[in-house]
Write a protein that binds this ligand. Structure first.
Ligand code: FES
Length: 94
């Protein structure tokens, strides 16, 4: 069965991509409750990634550990943009 790939434009302001997804009713995989350990919350940035801050050292270590691509971020560690710049993401399981 083919998966339906769904994208989202997170809200801007405070919080993380995970916060924005959950606020929109979109589930985000996690087994560490957003502590940046499990790597299950990884999302792929489809557009607008230039508006995101670069990963901090902890996020970078987990992404590297999990062989993430340059377009992938940990939703629980990546802040949403402060300005009104849309970012489109997918998880592959939405
Ligand atoms: S929820 Fe575990 S690393 Fe993000």
């Amino acid at each position: 069965m083919a998966r339906t790939q769904r994208t989202v434009i997170p809200l801007f302001g405070a919080g993380t991509l995970m916060d924005a997804c959950l606020a929109m009713g979109l589930p985000v995989a996690s087994s560490c409750q957003g502590r940046g350990a499990c790597g299950k919350c990884v999302v792929t940035i489809l557009a607008g990634g230039q508006h995101l801050v670069t990963p901090e050292a902890h996020e970078r270590r987990v992404l590297d550990r999990d062989h993430a691509t340059e377009e992938q971020r940990l939703a629980c560690q990546c802040p949403v943009p402060e300005s009104a710049t849309p970012v489109t993401i997918t998880t592959g399981y939405w």
